[in-house]
Design a binder for this molecule. Sequence first.
Ligand code: PL4
Length: 448
Amino acid sequence: MMREVALLAVALCATSSLAFLTPPPRPVRSRCGVRDRVLQMSGVERNPNFGKLMGGYLFPEIARRRSAFLEANPEAKIISLGIGDTTQPIPPHILSGLVHGASKLGTPPGYSGYGPDQGVKDLREKIASTLYGNRIDPDDVFVSDGAKCDIGRLQVMFGKNVVTAVQDPSYPVYVDTAVIMGQTGLINEQSRQFDGIVYMPCNPGNDFFPDLAALPQRPDVIYFCSPNNPTGVAATRPQLEALVSYAREQGSVIVFDAAYAPFIRDPSLPKSIFEIEGALECAIEVNSFSKYAGFTGVRLGWTVVPKQLKFRDGSSMHADFNRMMSTTFNGASNIVQDGGLAILDKEGLAEIQTLISYYLANAAKLRATVEAMGYKAYGGDNGPYVYVDLGGKSSWDVFSEILEKAQIVTTPGAGFGPGGEGFLRLSAFASKENVDEACERLQKVMVK
Ligand code: PL4
Protein backbone atom coordinates (compact mmCIF):
# COMPACT_ATOMS: atom_id res chain seq x y z
CA MET A 1 0.00 0.00 0.00
CA MET A 2 2.77 2.40 0.98
CA ARG A 3 4.52 1.60 -2.31
CA GLU A 4 1.35 2.42 -4.28
CA VAL A 5 0.96 5.75 -2.51
CA ALA A 6 4.57 6.60 -3.28
CA LEU A 7 4.14 5.68 -6.98
CA LEU A 8 0.96 7.77 -7.17
CA ALA A 9 2.79 10.74 -5.66
CA VAL A 10 5.60 10.42 -8.22
CA ALA A 11 3.03 10.17 -11.05
CA LEU A 12 1.20 13.27 -9.83
CA CYS A 13 4.45 15.17 -9.64
CA ALA A 14 5.30 14.16 -13.21
CA THR A 15 1.84 15.22 -14.44
CA SER A 16 2.01 18.50 -12.60
CA SER A 17 5.43 19.33 -14.08
CA LEU A 18 4.08 18.59 -17.57
CA ALA A 19 1.13 20.86 -16.85
CA PHE A 20 3.59 23.62 -16.07
CA LEU A 21 5.24 23.51 -19.48
CA THR A 22 3.07 26.55 -20.22
CA PRO A 23 3.89 28.51 -17.09
CA PRO A 24 1.08 30.25 -15.22
CA PRO A 25 1.53 33.91 -14.39
CA ARG A 26 1.84 33.31 -10.65
CA PRO A 27 3.54 30.57 -8.60
CA VAL A 28 1.09 27.75 -7.96
CA ARG A 29 1.49 25.00 -5.40
CA SER A 30 1.76 21.68 -7.20
CA ARG A 31 -0.24 18.68 -6.10
CA CYS A 32 2.97 17.32 -4.59
CA GLY A 33 3.08 20.36 -2.38
CA VAL A 34 6.43 21.36 -3.88
CA ARG A 35 6.90 24.50 -5.94
CA ASP A 36 8.33 23.91 -9.37
CA ARG A 37 10.71 26.85 -9.33
CA VAL A 38 12.30 26.09 -12.67
CA LEU A 39 9.23 26.47 -14.81
CA GLN A 40 7.22 29.07 -12.91
CA MET A 41 7.39 32.85 -13.23
CA SER A 42 7.33 34.95 -10.12
CA GLY A 43 4.92 37.80 -9.61
CA VAL A 44 7.84 40.27 -9.47
CA GLU A 45 8.02 42.96 -12.11
CA ARG A 46 11.38 43.20 -13.88
CA ASN A 47 13.34 46.43 -13.56
CA PRO A 48 12.67 47.60 -17.14
CA ASN A 49 16.07 49.28 -17.33
CA PHE A 50 17.77 45.89 -17.62
CA GLY A 51 15.84 45.39 -20.84
CA LYS A 52 17.50 48.51 -22.27
CA LEU A 53 21.02 47.09 -21.91
CA MET A 54 22.36 45.62 -25.11
CA GLY A 55 23.38 42.02 -24.55
CA GLY A 56 25.65 41.07 -21.69
CA TYR A 57 28.36 43.01 -19.92
CA LEU A 58 31.48 43.34 -22.10
CA PHE A 59 33.99 41.31 -20.11
CA PRO A 60 31.88 38.18 -19.50
CA GLU A 61 31.09 38.32 -23.23
CA ILE A 62 34.82 38.26 -24.04
CA ALA A 63 35.27 35.38 -21.59
CA ARG A 64 32.33 33.56 -23.21
CA ARG A 65 33.85 33.89 -26.69
CA ARG A 66 37.20 32.69 -25.38
CA SER A 67 35.60 29.61 -23.78
CA ALA A 68 33.59 28.85 -26.91
CA PHE A 69 36.78 29.02 -28.98
CA LEU A 70 38.61 26.79 -26.52
CA GLU A 71 35.80 24.27 -26.53
CA ALA A 72 35.93 24.07 -30.30
CA ASN A 73 39.75 24.08 -30.30
CA PRO A 74 40.86 22.27 -27.14
CA GLU A 75 44.49 22.22 -28.30
CA ALA A 76 44.64 26.01 -28.60
CA LYS A 77 47.29 27.79 -26.54
CA ILE A 78 45.40 30.96 -25.83
CA ILE A 79 47.21 34.09 -24.69
CA SER A 80 45.08 36.75 -23.04
CA LEU A 81 45.71 40.40 -23.81
CA GLY A 82 42.02 40.97 -23.17
CA ILE A 83 40.55 41.59 -19.74
CA GLY A 84 42.79 43.87 -17.70
CA ASP A 85 43.54 41.35 -14.98
CA THR A 86 46.89 41.21 -13.22
CA THR A 87 49.04 38.10 -13.64
CA GLN A 88 52.14 38.65 -11.50
CA PRO A 89 52.33 37.42 -7.88
CA ILE A 90 51.87 39.78 -4.96
CA PRO A 91 55.36 40.89 -3.85
CA PRO A 92 56.75 39.74 -0.46
CA HIS A 93 56.33 42.85 1.69
CA ILE A 94 52.75 43.43 0.56
CA LEU A 95 52.01 39.74 1.02
CA SER A 96 53.42 39.90 4.56
CA GLY A 97 50.81 42.58 5.31
CA LEU A 98 48.04 40.22 4.24
CA VAL A 99 49.56 37.34 6.21
CA HIS A 100 49.88 39.55 9.29
CA GLY A 101 46.26 40.64 8.90
CA ALA A 102 45.12 37.03 8.73
CA SER A 103 47.33 35.70 11.55
CA LYS A 104 46.37 38.31 14.09
CA LEU A 105 42.74 37.23 13.79
CA GLY A 106 43.79 34.00 15.53
CA THR A 107 44.89 35.81 18.69
CA PRO A 108 42.66 37.34 21.38
CA PRO A 109 44.28 40.79 21.27
CA GLY A 110 44.53 40.84 17.48
CA TYR A 111 41.03 39.66 16.74
CA SER A 112 38.60 42.14 15.21
CA GLY A 113 35.08 41.77 13.89
CA TYR A 114 33.15 44.33 11.90
CA GLY A 115 35.29 47.38 11.34
CA PRO A 116 34.27 50.93 10.51
CA ASP A 117 32.16 51.05 7.32
CA GLN A 118 34.49 53.76 6.00
CA GLY A 119 37.70 51.76 6.58
CA VAL A 120 40.25 51.71 9.38
CA LYS A 121 41.58 55.10 10.44
CA ASP A 122 45.24 54.17 9.86
CA LEU A 123 44.61 53.26 6.25
CA ARG A 124 42.50 56.35 5.52
CA GLU A 125 45.25 58.52 6.99
CA LYS A 126 47.99 56.71 5.11
CA ILE A 127 46.12 57.03 1.80
CA ALA A 128 45.64 60.77 2.40
CA SER A 129 49.27 61.37 3.32
CA THR A 130 51.15 58.96 1.04
CA LEU A 131 49.07 59.16 -2.13
CA TYR A 132 47.63 62.66 -1.89
CA GLY A 133 50.36 64.52 0.00
CA ASN A 134 47.68 65.53 2.56
CA ARG A 135 45.79 67.50 -0.08
CA ILE A 136 42.67 65.69 1.09
CA ASP A 137 41.18 65.09 4.52
CA PRO A 138 41.48 61.45 5.69
CA ASP A 139 37.81 61.69 6.77
CA ASP A 140 36.92 62.13 3.10
CA VAL A 141 38.44 58.74 2.19
CA PHE A 142 36.00 55.82 2.04
CA VAL A 143 37.90 52.52 1.87
CA SER A 144 36.04 49.90 -0.15
CA ASP A 145 36.14 46.61 -1.98
CA GLY A 146 37.14 48.26 -5.26
CA ALA A 147 36.54 51.05 -7.74
CA LYS A 148 33.90 49.21 -9.75
CA CYS A 149 31.72 48.65 -6.68
CA ASP A 150 32.12 52.31 -5.72
CA ILE A 151 31.03 53.47 -9.17
CA GLY A 152 27.84 51.45 -8.65
CA ARG A 153 27.34 52.98 -5.20
CA LEU A 154 27.88 56.49 -6.53
CA GLN A 155 25.27 55.88 -9.21
CA VAL A 156 22.78 54.76 -6.56
CA MET A 157 23.61 57.86 -4.52
CA PHE A 158 23.05 60.15 -7.53
CA GLY A 159 19.81 58.40 -8.43
CA LYS A 160 17.91 58.42 -11.66
CA ASN A 161 17.38 62.13 -12.24
CA VAL A 162 20.92 63.12 -13.16
CA VAL A 163 22.43 63.53 -16.61
CA THR A 164 25.61 61.49 -16.91
CA ALA A 165 28.47 62.30 -19.28
CA VAL A 166 31.18 59.84 -20.29
CA GLN A 167 34.33 59.88 -22.37
CA ASP A 168 33.63 57.92 -25.53
CA PRO A 169 35.24 55.36 -25.41
CA SER A 170 35.22 54.56 -21.69
CA TYR A 171 35.07 51.74 -19.13
CA PRO A 172 31.56 50.35 -19.77
CA VAL A 173 30.53 50.35 -16.11
CA TYR A 174 29.73 54.10 -16.16
CA VAL A 175 27.15 53.79 -18.93
CA ASP A 176 25.73 50.41 -17.90
CA THR A 177 25.12 51.53 -14.31
CA ALA A 178 23.52 54.77 -15.56
CA VAL A 179 21.17 52.65 -17.66
CA ILE A 180 20.36 50.31 -14.77
CA MET A 181 19.61 53.33 -12.55
CA GLY A 182 17.04 54.58 -15.08
CA GLN A 183 18.96 57.71 -16.11
CA THR A 184 18.61 56.90 -19.81
CA GLY A 185 16.16 56.09 -22.54
CA LEU A 186 16.71 53.37 -25.12
CA ILE A 187 19.80 52.90 -27.22
CA ASN A 188 19.73 54.47 -30.66
CA GLU A 189 20.39 51.56 -33.01
CA GLN A 190 22.25 53.75 -35.47
CA SER A 191 24.45 55.86 -33.24
CA ARG A 192 24.78 53.07 -30.62
CA GLN A 193 24.33 55.78 -27.99
CA PHE A 194 21.86 55.72 -25.12
CA ASP A 195 19.36 58.51 -25.15
CA GLY A 196 20.02 60.69 -22.11
CA ILE A 197 23.78 60.08 -21.82
CA VAL A 198 26.18 62.81 -22.93
CA TYR A 199 28.92 61.12 -24.97
CA MET A 200 32.18 63.08 -25.04
CA PRO A 201 34.18 61.91 -28.07
CA CYS A 202 37.85 61.25 -27.26
CA ASN A 203 40.01 60.23 -30.17
CA PRO A 204 43.37 60.93 -31.79
CA GLY A 205 41.81 63.94 -33.56
CA ASN A 206 41.25 65.79 -30.28
CA ASP A 207 44.22 64.35 -28.34
CA PHE A 208 41.73 62.16 -26.49
CA PHE A 209 40.25 65.16 -24.69
CA PRO A 210 36.65 66.23 -25.39
CA ASP A 211 35.56 69.57 -26.77
CA LEU A 212 33.67 70.60 -23.64
CA ALA A 213 32.18 73.71 -25.25
CA ALA A 214 30.54 71.50 -27.89
CA LEU A 215 28.66 69.19 -25.51
CA PRO A 216 25.00 69.04 -26.50
CA GLN A 217 23.72 69.34 -22.95
CA ARG A 218 24.91 70.33 -19.48
CA PRO A 219 25.89 67.14 -17.63
CA ASP A 220 25.34 66.71 -13.90
CA VAL A 221 27.93 64.00 -13.39
CA ILE A 222 31.00 63.64 -15.61
CA TYR A 223 32.82 60.28 -15.46
CA PHE A 224 36.42 60.89 -16.45
CA CYS A 225 39.14 58.26 -16.35
CA SER A 226 42.86 59.07 -16.57
CA PRO A 227 44.98 57.22 -17.55
CA ASN A 228 42.05 56.17 -19.65
CA ASN A 229 40.64 52.74 -20.20
CA PRO A 230 40.69 51.72 -23.06
CA THR A 231 42.96 54.30 -24.75
CA GLY A 232 45.83 54.10 -22.24
CA VAL A 233 46.25 57.87 -22.60
CA ALA A 234 46.60 60.14 -19.54
CA ALA A 235 45.14 63.65 -19.51
CA THR A 236 47.56 66.57 -19.27
CA ARG A 237 47.45 69.20 -16.53
CA PRO A 238 45.97 71.90 -18.83
CA GLN A 239 43.30 69.42 -19.94
CA LEU A 240 42.33 68.60 -16.36
CA GLU A 241 42.35 72.30 -15.48
CA ALA A 242 39.89 72.85 -18.33
CA LEU A 243 37.73 69.99 -17.05
CA VAL A 244 37.64 71.35 -13.50
CA SER A 245 36.92 74.84 -14.71
CA TYR A 246 34.07 73.53 -16.92
CA ALA A 247 32.58 71.53 -14.04
CA ARG A 248 32.68 74.53 -11.73
CA GLU A 249 31.08 76.82 -14.31
CA GLN A 250 28.33 74.31 -15.05
CA GLY A 251 27.79 73.15 -11.48
CA SER A 252 28.66 69.59 -12.54
CA VAL A 253 30.47 66.98 -10.48
CA ILE A 254 33.42 65.03 -11.91
CA VAL A 255 33.78 61.39 -10.91
CA PHE A 256 37.47 60.93 -11.61
CA ASP A 257 38.52 57.30 -12.04
CA ALA A 258 42.21 57.08 -11.18
CA ALA A 259 42.46 53.28 -11.08
CA TYR A 260 45.59 53.36 -13.28
CA ALA A 261 47.19 56.53 -11.85
CA PRO A 262 50.44 54.92 -10.60
CA PHE A 263 51.23 53.84 -14.16
CA ILE A 264 51.88 57.49 -15.00
CA ARG A 265 55.61 57.90 -15.53
CA ASP A 266 55.64 61.38 -17.05
CA PRO A 267 56.06 63.70 -14.04
CA SER A 268 54.12 66.50 -15.75
CA LEU A 269 50.91 64.44 -15.80
CA PRO A 270 48.62 64.65 -12.74
CA LYS A 271 47.89 61.40 -10.92
CA SER A 272 44.88 62.73 -9.09
CA ILE A 273 42.18 65.25 -9.91
CA PHE A 274 42.93 66.84 -6.53
CA GLU A 275 46.24 68.08 -7.95
CA ILE A 276 44.08 70.58 -9.82
CA GLU A 277 43.07 73.75 -8.03
CA GLY A 278 39.35 73.95 -7.34
CA ALA A 279 38.76 70.18 -7.67
CA LEU A 280 37.83 69.80 -4.00
CA GLU A 281 34.66 71.77 -4.78
CA CYS A 282 33.65 69.77 -7.86
CA ALA A 283 35.23 66.30 -7.90
CA ILE A 284 35.01 62.84 -6.40
CA GLU A 285 37.85 60.38 -7.03
CA VAL A 286 37.47 56.60 -7.24
CA ASN A 287 40.64 54.60 -6.91
CA SER A 288 41.93 51.09 -6.42
CA PHE A 289 44.87 48.92 -5.42
CA SER A 290 43.75 46.31 -7.98
CA LYS A 291 46.00 47.03 -10.90
CA TYR A 292 49.38 47.78 -9.43
CA ALA A 293 49.51 45.69 -6.28
CA GLY A 294 48.00 42.58 -7.86
CA PHE A 295 44.82 43.10 -5.80
CA THR A 296 42.23 42.42 -8.53
CA GLY A 297 41.12 39.31 -6.62
CA VAL A 298 42.04 40.55 -3.15
CA ARG A 299 39.72 43.59 -3.56
CA LEU A 300 40.65 46.93 -2.06
CA GLY A 301 39.89 50.41 -3.29
CA TRP A 302 38.73 53.76 -2.04
CA THR A 303 36.69 56.79 -2.98
CA VAL A 304 37.37 60.36 -1.93
CA VAL A 305 34.26 62.49 -1.45
CA PRO A 306 35.31 65.94 -0.21
CA LYS A 307 33.07 67.53 2.41
CA GLN A 308 33.00 70.69 0.30
CA LEU A 309 30.77 69.00 -2.31
CA LYS A 310 27.11 69.97 -2.13
CA PHE A 311 23.96 69.05 -3.99
CA ARG A 312 21.80 71.77 -5.54
CA ASP A 313 19.79 72.09 -2.32
CA GLY A 314 22.97 72.65 -0.28
CA SER A 315 22.99 69.19 1.29
CA SER A 316 26.25 67.30 1.63
CA MET A 317 27.38 64.66 -0.89
CA HIS A 318 29.84 63.37 1.68
CA ALA A 319 26.98 62.78 4.13
CA ASP A 320 24.95 60.92 1.51
CA PHE A 321 27.88 58.77 0.42
CA ASN A 322 28.58 58.01 4.06
CA ARG A 323 24.92 56.99 4.44
CA MET A 324 25.25 54.87 1.31
CA MET A 325 28.34 53.09 2.62
CA SER A 326 26.99 52.53 6.10
CA THR A 327 23.71 51.21 4.76
CA THR A 328 25.00 48.91 2.02
CA PHE A 329 28.59 48.07 2.95
CA ASN A 330 30.11 46.57 6.07
CA GLY A 331 33.65 47.75 5.54
CA ALA A 332 36.52 46.26 3.53
CA SER A 333 38.00 43.02 4.86
CA ASN A 334 40.22 43.63 7.89
CA ILE A 335 42.85 41.24 6.46
CA VAL A 336 42.92 43.10 3.17
CA GLN A 337 43.21 46.50 4.83
CA ASP A 338 46.41 45.25 6.48
CA GLY A 339 47.60 44.43 2.97
CA GLY A 340 46.73 48.01 1.95
CA LEU A 341 48.80 49.41 4.82
CA ALA A 342 51.74 47.30 3.64
CA ILE A 343 51.38 48.63 0.07
CA LEU A 344 51.82 52.16 1.41
CA ASP A 345 54.97 51.31 3.40
CA LYS A 346 58.27 52.35 1.83
CA GLU A 347 58.98 48.71 0.89
CA GLY A 348 55.50 48.21 -0.55
CA LEU A 349 55.74 51.35 -2.67
CA ALA A 350 59.07 50.13 -4.06
CA GLU A 351 57.54 46.73 -4.86
CA ILE A 352 54.67 48.24 -6.81
CA GLN A 353 57.10 50.31 -8.87
CA THR A 354 58.77 47.05 -9.92
CA LEU A 355 55.41 45.55 -10.88
CA ILE A 356 54.41 48.65 -12.81
CA SER A 357 57.75 48.70 -14.69
CA TYR A 358 57.17 45.06 -15.64
CA TYR A 359 53.72 45.74 -17.11
CA LEU A 360 54.85 48.97 -18.81
CA ALA A 361 57.71 47.07 -20.48
CA ASN A 362 55.08 44.68 -21.87
CA ALA A 363 53.04 47.65 -23.08
CA ALA A 364 56.06 49.19 -24.79
CA LYS A 365 56.80 45.93 -26.59
CA LEU A 366 53.17 45.56 -27.74
CA ARG A 367 53.03 49.12 -29.00
CA ALA A 368 56.37 48.86 -30.81
CA THR A 369 55.25 45.61 -32.44
CA VAL A 370 52.00 46.97 -33.87
CA GLU A 371 53.65 50.23 -34.90
CA ALA A 372 56.37 48.33 -36.74
CA MET A 373 53.58 46.68 -38.75
CA GLY A 374 52.32 50.11 -39.81
CA TYR A 375 49.48 50.63 -37.33
CA LYS A 376 48.96 53.84 -35.41
CA ALA A 377 48.89 53.06 -31.71
CA TYR A 378 48.35 55.10 -28.55
CA GLY A 379 48.87 54.69 -24.82
CA GLY A 380 51.08 52.12 -23.16
CA ASP A 381 53.61 54.68 -21.86
CA ASN A 382 51.65 56.10 -18.92
CA GLY A 383 49.00 53.41 -18.78
CA PRO A 384 48.76 49.63 -19.15
CA TYR A 385 46.69 49.57 -22.36
CA VAL A 386 47.76 49.95 -25.98
CA TYR A 387 45.04 51.29 -28.25
CA VAL A 388 45.46 50.28 -31.88
CA ASP A 389 43.83 52.09 -34.80
CA LEU A 390 42.54 49.38 -37.12
CA GLY A 391 42.29 51.70 -40.10
CA GLY A 392 38.53 51.45 -40.50
CA LYS A 393 38.08 47.73 -39.79
CA SER A 394 35.35 46.49 -37.44
CA SER A 395 36.82 45.86 -34.00
CA TRP A 396 34.72 42.73 -33.32
CA ASP A 397 35.80 41.31 -36.71
CA VAL A 398 39.47 41.89 -35.89
CA PHE A 399 38.92 40.49 -32.38
CA SER A 400 37.54 37.26 -33.92
CA GLU A 401 40.23 37.06 -36.58
CA ILE A 402 43.04 37.41 -34.03
CA LEU A 403 41.40 34.87 -31.73
CA GLU A 404 40.97 32.35 -34.52
CA LYS A 405 44.28 32.82 -36.32
CA ALA A 406 46.64 33.75 -33.47
CA GLN A 407 44.76 32.38 -30.47
CA ILE A 408 45.10 35.72 -28.72
CA VAL A 409 42.27 37.34 -26.79
CA THR A 410 42.07 41.12 -27.17
CA THR A 411 39.27 43.61 -26.44
CA PRO A 412 37.36 45.28 -29.27
CA GLY A 413 37.11 49.05 -28.97
CA ALA A 414 33.39 48.94 -29.74
CA GLY A 415 32.86 47.36 -26.31
CA PHE A 416 33.81 50.70 -24.76
CA GLY A 417 31.25 52.76 -26.63
CA PRO A 418 30.62 53.78 -30.21
CA GLY A 419 33.72 55.99 -30.17
CA GLY A 420 35.87 52.87 -29.72
CA GLU A 421 34.78 51.28 -33.00
CA GLY A 422 37.73 50.81 -35.33
CA PHE A 423 40.18 50.35 -32.45
CA LEU A 424 41.52 47.38 -30.52
CA ARG A 425 42.70 47.38 -26.91
CA LEU A 426 45.73 45.28 -25.97
CA SER A 427 46.26 44.74 -22.26
CA ALA A 428 49.80 44.65 -20.88
CA PHE A 429 48.72 42.61 -17.83
CA ALA A 430 50.36 39.40 -19.03
CA SER A 431 53.62 37.63 -18.35
CA LYS A 432 56.63 38.85 -20.34
CA GLU A 433 56.90 35.41 -21.96
CA ASN A 434 53.30 35.56 -23.14
CA VAL A 435 53.74 39.08 -24.48
CA ASP A 436 56.87 38.01 -26.41
CA GLU A 437 55.00 35.05 -27.88
CA ALA A 438 51.90 37.18 -28.59
CA CYS A 439 54.01 39.73 -30.48
CA GLU A 440 55.42 36.98 -32.70
CA ARG A 441 51.94 35.67 -33.43
CA LEU A 442 50.50 39.16 -34.04
CA GLN A 443 53.24 39.85 -36.59
CA LYS A 444 51.93 36.90 -38.62
CA VAL A 445 48.22 37.76 -38.54
CA MET A 446 48.08 41.54 -38.40
CA VAL A 447 50.35 42.21 -41.37
CA LYS A 448 48.91 45.11 -43.33
C1 PL4 B 1 36.96 43.14 -15.70
C2 PL4 B 1 38.74 52.38 -15.29
C3 PL4 B 1 39.42 46.03 -16.26
N1 PL4 B 1 35.54 42.15 -14.09
O1 PL4 B 1 39.15 46.16 -9.47
P1 PL4 B 1 38.43 47.44 -9.22
O2 PL4 B 1 36.96 47.23 -9.01
O3 PL4 B 1 39.02 48.27 -8.15
O4 PL4 B 1 38.58 48.33 -10.54
C4 PL4 B 1 37.82 48.09 -11.70
C5 PL4 B 1 38.08 49.16 -12.69
C6 PL4 B 1 37.76 50.45 -12.34
N2 PL4 B 1 37.98 51.48 -13.19
C7 PL4 B 1 38.50 51.24 -14.39
C8 PL4 B 1 38.81 49.95 -14.80
O5 PL4 B 1 39.32 49.73 -16.02
C9 PL4 B 1 38.59 48.88 -13.93
C10 PL4 B 1 38.89 47.48 -14.33
N3 PL4 B 1 38.81 47.22 -15.71
C11 PL4 B 1 39.35 46.08 -17.77
O6 PL4 B 1 39.82 45.12 -18.42
O7 PL4 B 1 38.84 47.05 -18.33
C12 PL4 B 1 38.85 44.77 -15.70
C13 PL4 B 1 37.51 44.41 -16.25
C14 PL4 B 1 36.29 43.33 -14.40
C15 PL4 B 1 35.41 44.56 -14.46
O8 PL4 B 1 34.32 44.51 -14.99
O9 PL4 B 1 35.83 45.60 -13.93
